[in-house]
Design a binder for this molecule. Sequence first.
Ligand code: PLP
Length: 488
Amino acid sequence: MAYSNNVRPMPEKPNFHMTPEEFRRHGKAVVDWIADYYEHVESYPVMSQAKPGQIRASLPKNPPAQGEPFEAMLKDVEKLILPGITHWQSPNFFAFFPSNTSFPSIMGEMLSAGLGVQGMLWATSPACTELETHVLDWLVDMLALPKSFSSSSNGGGVIQDTASNSSLCALLAARERATNYASNEHGCDGRLVAYTSSQAHSSIEKAVKIAGLGRENLRLVEVDETFAMRPAALAAQIKNDTAAHRIPCFVSATVGTTSSNAMDPVRAIGEICREHKIWLHVDAAMSGTAALCPEFRWIHDGLELADSYCFNPHKWMFTNFDCDCFYVADRKALINTMSVLPEYLRNQATESGAVIDYRDWHVPLGRRFRALKLWFVIRHYGIEGLQHHVRRHVELAQQFASWVRNDTQFELAAPVPLNLVCFRHRAGDAVTQAIMDRLNQSGDLYFTHTKLDGKFTLRLCIGQTATELQHVQSAWLRIREEAAAAKA
Ligand SMILES: Cc1ncc(COP(=O)(O)O)c(C=O)c1O
């Protein structure tokens, strides 16, 4: 139907909703649009070339007084929004850690939006809770996680929005356990201390601020030459703090640090935590997915000593953002920490004690039906399909690392345990940075940097759904071309 003046005609009776028939039509157009986008995503400049304020300036100053036709909105996505998109799903996206997705996941997300349920309590949609429990138990087996994390033991898993929130919940539970649940009642004891390595993700520092421990009570433990936490340095710090009448309550170990994919030695750290009765959280945000493959499960050695663990299917397991899986070995500690029960949430199922109410497992009350997309991903790929793609990414990264290793101009800056390669030009920081800046500006690929041993270091992470050998080959070719240009 054609509309005049870009205004939807007034319905006869005042009802401005889209009809199921219109939704059917426009919804199909949206699916087509998404499919076309994926077919052509490689042709866009990977990093958005938009200047600050450019997208906003292209938008109408005022909201429409009268509703607009859907076609106009979809056209504007193409015209106004796409220029401001960095194409995370491009096979030439190698920046940060991936945030990959897949069509089964997208369809799970659509159904979740379509059902529109809010799963704060078991009673508000039993399937939302029970599917989540079930899929998280599947993942315990799929990743060979300790049985203590399964819902059939004293622990269990829950989907959180992000690893940041999982770490926060772990820290809050650690704080409460260490103070016999008194901090929730009387405020935080200023003597509580948390530990993580100097290479840990910034979300740990943020959690320490939010949980009220105070940043001065976070110890950034020294790392070894592979950028992994030194257990002896951790033990020494704990000893100092205990001698000063402080209360060590929380250690966060990282399986795959953001900077360089370093693997903290979980077993040695876990033994120290057990000795001192300290909560051990393991943050495996990206790298945890590798444990789908038995040959990479060494990254989790000692995980049975952990009190909590998280990894993000929204990074490397083809499940669109957001989806973080958070596990605890003792669900009571978490629930006692988080639970508040106002009258308006009371219901028979909760009172019976026979159900899980996930609202007690994290900060927000409301929760989306995220398990659907994870369920679809696991069912579509099967364990073997997921293993295949994870192995392929690791193989490609190892291939790239071997090219760097054999090149006289470049050097590896850290070990390459999985799918992240850290490297730099031997000519120094200026040339290394120029290579990155020129390539990112070119739109051909997108990668980011870190500093290791005080030196500017490039990070190339291989984990996007559609990345294949030819993308990695052409990245290496372009990197060498730009190195030649930067030196000229
Ligand atoms: C090791 C690690 N932990 C935590 C995070 C934070 O992840 P999220 O965005 O899910 O909070 C990241 C992000 O890259 C990470 O690499």
